[in-house]
Design a protein around this ligand. Sequence first.
Ligand code: CA
Ligand code: CA
Length: 87
Amino acid sequence: MPLAVRTAPTVIESETPAIIEAMVRPPHGDFDDDGDIEQNDLALFVATLIEPEAHPDLIVIADTNGDGSANGEDIPEFTRIMIDCQP
Ligand SMILES: [Ca+2]
Ligand SMILES: [Ca+2]
């Protein structure tokens, strides 16, 4: 009689948390949530980089390179996003 081979159940991780996070997270660079990146957003981006502790809720929006912090390393990607949003 052959021995039964037991395998560990396959764990399928739900993608739901990532989807929810993407839905509630504002788009990178769109600080005023109006769907575009323009001068108001630029002013808030700069303000957040200069004094992130004064704008803790804006850090996630200013973090255009997605490394978890808002600093000068986000400038190239913010610039690219802003240029892409120009008509
Ligand atoms: Ca905007
Ligand atoms: Ca960053």
